[in-house]
Design a protein around this ligand. Structure first.
Ligand SMILES: Nc1nc2c(c(=O)[nH]1)N[C@H]1C(S)=C(S)[C@@H](COP(=O)(O)OP(=O)(O)OC[C@H]3O[C@@H](n4cnc5c(=O)[nH]c(N)nc54)[C@H](O)[C@@H]3O)O[C@H]1N2
Ligand SMILES: Nc1nc2c(c(=O)[nH]1)N[C@H]1C(S)=C(S)[C@@H](COP(=O)(O)OP(=O)(O)OC[C@H]3O[C@@H](n4cnc5c(=O)[nH]c(N)nc54)[C@H](O)[C@@H]3O)O[C@H]1N2
Ligand SMILES: [Mo]
Length: 766
């Protein structure tokens, strides 16, 4: 390959890579990105990491005794290196066996995970395409990010979990008050799936500030919202947001400040909700005082904010985080209800948004053009589970469960195939997952790096990283498509997921069905051309592929006016009906009510979480653990890099503790602490910090799972992976989403022999 400088991209930003002697020597942010993320600095570490997997591997017991052998040794057994041909043959034989004996439904290929930014080589997409060609598989629906959102928003406003919501330019011009439940942060907006060409949130938030928008940030961690926004911090108890919103709503009604005309014309069911709000149905008026007791935010503040909201152009933001909690559906439903009561949905600088600050794309002014993507085809089995019910499925084949108005049955899965995700990062209650992980007969994983999931596989196939292949990086919420040009030749024996699947398909007699006779470059050009054709239908002409490729990126013009969500509906509600049964915003949903769910009734409701500071369990485990997204990496990706490592304390993930909670436990910054509850125990490095409210700790996700005794459920985890402690409980029967943000723990100084962190080295013997 020729040396030089080429464009490339990642979920955390586009960049230019320079090579010399075939090696990547320099990485510089994309010239159009005024606010590049420092995480770009991890690219070289990722490519040349010691944690790269060099060669195909098979777990010893599986190699010696075949499928189903000693599954309790997953994570503990040594690995045996094999050649590619042999690896492909093993996978072909195993897929054929499972298909023949148990049917395609017994293959679990949901493979949840972020993979990489490139849209052609997107690993999860490649796997699903391949398995569909092979006759289908059991899939996962919705996302860990926003599962409750995906379920509730269609019922309430007739749109999916991803919006669209109003853009920052209009908010900057017209908004006076931005109330941010979960904050509106710079930490999470470093990231956009498919790549952030420009960091738009970082560009627009200062303009909001300049225009005098006042921010109120409701969050347990003050620095969720950028300092320069000078937000008023409401350090509410975690998971109490719905109560605060009800207190605000009650104040509006009491002062006759709710917009009856809007509620009558554009919404259904306000009266039923209002009976609950005012306490007619349960004798509990949801007053500001009632909300104050639950949230620890003083009632006068709640009352004053309600009145301010009624008098100012107000945007209500609700971060994803709030719905990744027990009864997470309610947070979005109540945000929308409150915005409807203010009566200015559909007007610029007003309304609501679910996800501002959660990812870069929210609010980014962009034209609504479909970005290049690969189609996955059709899944003949139609088998799926709600994304976060994987351990339930593996542990209880055949069991029945409720989901969004249907009764479903878990399939009996024999083979798990993961490509582009890390369940030992993303799933809750890892000790339970470990038990469940023993159930399948075979687990196959494609990974570039020795992640925890790779370590718990039977067959590992080493994949290339994006830098070793050509691709297109793009997100439908970004103004740039990036030509991700191969920077270096594949390292070690790594191969592209596409090529691996092509060879497996070949072994199954399906090569052409999978590749359609195209190679990498043919496919990239094809998905580019299809996206251009769609853009042309909207009157936008893009350069031809060769020009795009040689320039390295494509810039889509910014829209000429701000996008205001639901402006059309507001202007003409009978022509632009919402896609709900009534065509309106459903404050009461007949549909949801008809499901008869105790954990998700027909209107937004305060439902006490099983685990929170107000529950009985807090006597034993008095700290609420916020396991939010990490600042210095993407999930568990890049944890080995210098940038992530620089944040660690004695090599362990930092846990931020309020000074009061630290003092009462004689904990100091730099101490190794044990964080524990009934589900497990982990070690982390203490960092005392007044940005965290009392009775809360912040332990971000992403430290690679490092159990003291590998493969053994219940053993001490030594690196600080919070998912050892989180509950594996669905948000409700409606969404069955993950509830990581509803976790109680205790913390104490760790005494005893200090175990070392070993997971960031290659496993012994390979
Ligand atoms: N406690 C707690 N848990 C959480 C959350 C939380 O807030 N709290 N958040 C949840 C959320 S929102 C999410 S989205 C999930 C994220 O969970 P995941 O998306 O599963 O996490 P990642 O670490 O991004 O995993 C992606 C994997 O793909 C691999 N990969 C990258 N490129 C390639 C490739 O080209 N080929 C192959 N084969 N593999 C590749 C990476 O090495 C990495 O291991 O975590 C969830 N878990
Ligand atoms: N740097 C970086 N950015 C990321 C990611 C990453 O891994 N790294 N992951 C990306 C992904 S996949 C996703 S889905 C998004 C997730 O976006 P979010 O879900 O919004 O992210 P979190 O960091 O989990 O939560 C945001 C903040 O909400 C606050 N919070 C937690 N619980 C509560 C609560 O009950 N009430 C209130 N009011 N606040 C609460 C926490 O203080 C937390 O810092 O982030 C994306 N951005
Ligand atoms: Mo996510």
């Amino acid at each position: 390959m020729k040396n030089g400088t080429r464009m490339h991209s990642s979920h955390w930003g586009a960049f230019q890579g320079t090579t010399q002697d075939g090696k990547l020597v320099d990485v510089q942010p994309f010239c159009k990105d005024e606010y590049p993320s420092p995480i770009i600095g991890s690219i070289k570490d990722a490519l040349y990491s010691e944690c790269r997997i060099h060669q195909p591997m098979v777990r010893k017991s599986w190699f010696d005794n075949g499928y189903g052998a000693n599954t309790e040794k997953r994570g503990a057994d040594p690995f045996i290196a094999i050649e590619w041909d042999q690896a492909i043959n093993l996978v072909v034989a195993e897929l054929s066996r499972v298909q023949k004996c148990h049917g395609n439904e017994a293959i679990f290929g949901g493979s949840y995970g972020w993979s990489s930014a490139g849209r052609f080589h997107h690993a999860k997409t490649q796997l699903k395409r391949f398995l569909n060609v092979f006759g289908g598989f059991t899939d996962q629906v919705h996302s860990y990010s926003n599962a409750a959102g995906h379920a509730i928003l269609p019922h309430v406003v007739g749109q999916g979990g991803y919006g669209p919501f109003s853009s920052w330019d209009g908010i900057a011009q017209h908004c006076e008050l931005f109330v941010a439940f979960g904050g509106v942060g710079l930490k999470n907006t470093q990231v956009e799936p498919g790549g952030a060409g420009e960091h738009a949130t970082h560009k627009w938030l200062p303009m909001l500030r300049k225009n005098g928008v006042r921010f109120v940030s409701v969050t347990p961690c003050q620095d969720d919202t950028a300092d320069y926004l000078k937000a008023e911090w409401w350090p509410a108890r975690p998971n109490s947001d719905v109560a605060i919103m009800l207190g605000l709503a009650h104040t509006l009604v009491k002062n006759r400040l709710h917009n009856r005309a809007f509620l009558n014309k554009y919404c259904v069911g306000f009266d039923k909700f209002s009976s609950y709000l005012m306490g007619h149905t349960d004798n509990v008026p949801k007053t500001a005082e009632w909300a104050a007791k639950i949230s620890e935010i003083p009632a006068p503040k709640i009352r004053a904010l309600a009145i301010e909201m009624a008098n100012k152009n107000t945007v209500l933001g609700c971060a994803y985080a709030l719905q990744r909690a027990d009864h997470g559906e309610q947070a979005y439903w109540m945000t929308i209800t409150l915005a409807a009561m203010l009566g200015r949905i559909g007007l610029p600088g007003n309304g609501f948004g679910c996800g501002y600050g959660s990812m870069n794309g929210y609010g980014n002014p962009h034209l609504n053009l479909p970005a290049p993507t690969m189609s996955i085809g059709d899944n003949p089995t139609k088998s799926y589970i709600p994304v976060a019910r994987i351990a339930d499925m593996l542990l209880n084949p055949g069991a029945r469960y409720d989901f969004n108005g249907t009764q479903r049955k878990y399939p009996h899965v024999r083979l798990v195939y993961w490509c582009g995700g890390n369940p030992f990062h993303h799933h809750q209650d890892l000790n339970r997952l470990l038990q469940a992980w023993r159930k399948p007969e075979t687990i196959i994983v494609h990974e570039p790096w020795w992640t925890s999931t790779a370590r718990h596989a039977d067959i590992i196939l080493p994949a290339t990283s994006t830098m070793e292949r050509n691709d297109i990086g793009a997100s439908g919420r970004d103004r740039f498509w990036i030509a991700m040009q191969k920077l270096v030749e594949p390292l070690h024996q790594a191969r592209n997921d596409f090529d691996i699947f092509s060879d497996i398909a070949d072994g199954l007699g399906l090569r052409n069905n999978f590749t359609e006779g195209r190679n990498e470059q043919d496919w990239i050009k094809k998905i580019y051309d299809i996206a251009c054709q769609k853009a042309a239908k909207q009157g936008i002409t893009f350069p031809n592929f060769d020009d795009f490729w040689s320039r390295g990126f494509l810039e889509i013009p910014a829209p000429d006016r701000p996008f205001v969500a639901m402006a059309d509906f507001r202007s003409n509600p009978s022509k632009f009906k919402r896609k709900t049964p009534s065509g309106k915003i459903e404050i009461f949903s007949e549909t949801i009510d008809s499901f008869g769910y105790d954990d998700c009734p027909g209107h937004p409701t305060w439902l006490e979480p099983t685990e929170w500071l107000g529950s009985k369990l807090a006597e034993e485990f008095p700290l609420h653990m916020v396991s939010n997204q990490p600042r210095s990496r993407l999930h568990a990706q890049l944890d080995y890099s210098k940038i992530s490592q620089a944040t660690k304390i004695t090599g362990r993930e930092p846990v931020r503790i309020n000074p009061e909670d630290a003092a009462s436990r004689a904990i100091q910054t730099g101490d190794v602490v044990k964080v524990f509850n009934n589900r497990g125990a982990i070690l982390a490095g203490a960092l005392i910090c007044a940005s965290i409210r009392p009775s809360v700790i912040e332990l971000s996700t992403g430290a690679w799972y490092d159990p003291l005794v590998p493969g053994q459920p219940g053993t001490l985890e030594v690196h600080g992976n919070p998912n050892v402690l989180t509950p594996d409980r669905g948000t409700s029967k409606l969404a069955q989403g993950p509830t990581a943000h509803s976790t109680l723990v205790q913390v104490e100084k760790f005494v005893g022999t200090m175990p070392s962190v070993t997971v960031l080295k290659r496993p012994a013997g390979v």
